[in-house]
Design a protein around this ligand. Structure first.
Ligand SMILES: *[C@@H]1O[C@H](CO)[C@@H](O)[C@H](O)[C@H]1NC(C)=O
Ligand SMILES: *[C@@H]1O[C@H](CO)[C@@H](O)[C@H](O)[C@H]1NC(C)=O
Ligand SMILES: *[C@@H]1O[C@H](CO)[C@@H](O)[C@H](O)[C@H]1NC(C)=O
Ligand SMILES: *[C@@H]1O[C@H](CO)[C@@H](O)[C@H](O)[C@H]1NC(C)=O
Ligand SMILES: *[C@@H]1O[C@H](CO)[C@@H](O)[C@H](O)[C@H]1NC(C)=O
Length: 367
């Protein structure tokens, strides 16, 4: 758990005019605790205005993160699955928000809102999260919101006032007390060769994949292929050849990546994405891992176009040394499973086994 923030807010019905009632939250107490390992932050209520009196209390949020917060997630648990999203995003940060409204007389037992969202998804698509978006839209008037991936930095929102926030008026029939509990937690594996988690430490090395073994199963009706792997201490070079012997109508491709984090057993895949191969060739950006592979492979030979011509596709000496993986990934074994299929038939089944290697950046080892 990275932070717990509780806002106690008695709602106020503010009569802007005789005809229009506007409902805004007024905060009278904030309890906030942060996990010191990840963050040195504070949320403070500012009740004193310049004139010594303030109708609507403001609050100041100051968050200093020590580690980058990104979409990519690795989990250190023996049997807990890794979260995955369609774009290989694994959640690092989720926010759980509960809003409980109680009348002045008695408390409703059920929170009227109880939702857990990924911080990055909230920031990318705030309109999906109605109540949270209302807060976010106010907060961002007071300072730039971080973008994802969130880098380790200091984020300050000074003297935030919620007096412009318009709550749904269906709440306005009575006075309420609300309690907002925002829980943010990160699940990170502690792994890097640096002992102190600082930005400069994270920038001082790069992570590249090294290949140790490739298992191939070709459907000889459609194609045959070969792979040769040469390793050096700082990269893997791969010779890859595929002879396509029969048309591949509308092929699909499935890429699954597993990283063996801690226990020696592979857990849920870190990445699992299936897409139409021709869509991918037109727009490699649709798959984050696919895009990385596409960028490297095309430097060493001709990438097929659709419809896929019957010929020999050959790539000599594809290097993994130029691949940049997120530097917080641990030195761990991985398996990348790439299937190519036509309808229900598997045409090409390849399993790429290897290790993620950390290399220090030096004058001759540029990062
Ligand atoms: C972080 O800690 C330092 C030293 O304790 C303090 O001066 C600073 O204000 C803190 N930063 C935040 C954002 O709370
Ligand atoms: C926030 O409010 C306090 C108290 O009124 C004031 O001293 C401070 O300058 C304000 N900060 C900013 C950044 O406006
Ligand atoms: C994973 O967490 C456990 C318990 O906190 C710890 O003992 C272990 O060292 C961690 N493993 C790694 C690789 O960080
Ligand atoms: C596929 O098989 C043919 C015939 O055996 C062979 O000439 C060709 O080199 C093979 N292609 C690959 C990529 O191994
Ligand atoms: C990958 O995702 C597909 C579709 O969501 C699912 O059917 C399949 O079991 C997943 N594979 C693995 C290895 O989890």
């Amino acid at each position: 758990i990275w932070a717990v923030i509780v806002l106690f807010t008695p709602f106020l019905i503010h009569h802007a005019s005789a005809a229009i009632a506007k409902l805004i939250p007024v905060i009278d107490r904030i309890d906030a605790t942060f996990n010191e390992k990840y963050s040195n932050s504070s949320v403070t209520l500012v009740t004193e205005g310049p004139q010594g009196r303030r109708r609507f209390p403001d609050f100041t949020v100051s968050i200093q993160t020590f580690r980058p917060i990104t979409d990519v997630v690795v989990r250190n648990g023996t049997n807990t699955p890794v979260f995955t999203t369609p774009n290989a995003n694994i959640f690092l940060v989720k926010i759980n928000t509960k809003i409980t409204i109680s009348t002045l007389n008695g408390r409703f037992s059920q929170p009227f809102l109880d939702t857990t969202v990924s911080l990055c998804d909230l920031m990318k698509n705030p309109q999906k999260y109605h109540v949270l978006a209302l807060f976010l839209f106010e907060i961002r008037r007071y300072g730039p919101l971080p973008t994802c991936p969130v880098s380790a930095n200091l984020y300050v929102f000074s003297n935030v006032s919620l007096k412009r926030m318009a709550l749904p008026t269906f709440l306005s029939e009575s006075n309420f007390f609300s309690e907002i509990l925002a829980k943010i937690w990160t699940v990170i594996v502690l792994f890097t060769p640096c002992t102190i988690h600082t930005v400069s430490c994270l920038l001082s090395h790069k992570v590249i994949p090294i290949l140790t073994r490739v298992d191939l199963q070709d459907n000889l009706k459609y194609l045959n292929s070969s792979v040769v792997v040469h390793n050096t201490p700082t990269e893997t070079k791969v010779d890859l050849a595929i002879t396509v012997k029969r048309p591949l109508p509308d092929p699909w491709i499935n890429v699954i990546v597993w990283i063996d984090i801690a226990s020696g057993t592979l857990q849920a895949p870190l990445h699992n994405q299936t897409f139409r191969f021709c869509d991918f060739l037109r727009n490699p950006g649709m798959s984050r891992i696919g895009q990385i592979l596409h960028r490297e492979v095309k430097r060493y030979g001709k990438i097929p176009t659709c419809p896929i011509a019957l010929e020999l596709y050959q790539y000599c000496g594809i290097s993994t040394g130029a691949i940049r993986l997120p530097t917080f990934l641990p030195e761990a074994n991985y398996i990348m499973h790439v299937f190519l299929g036509v309808g229900k038939e598997i045409v090409y089944d390849s399993r790429w086994h290897g290790t993620l290697k950390h290399l220090r950046c030096t004058g001759s080892m540029r990062c």
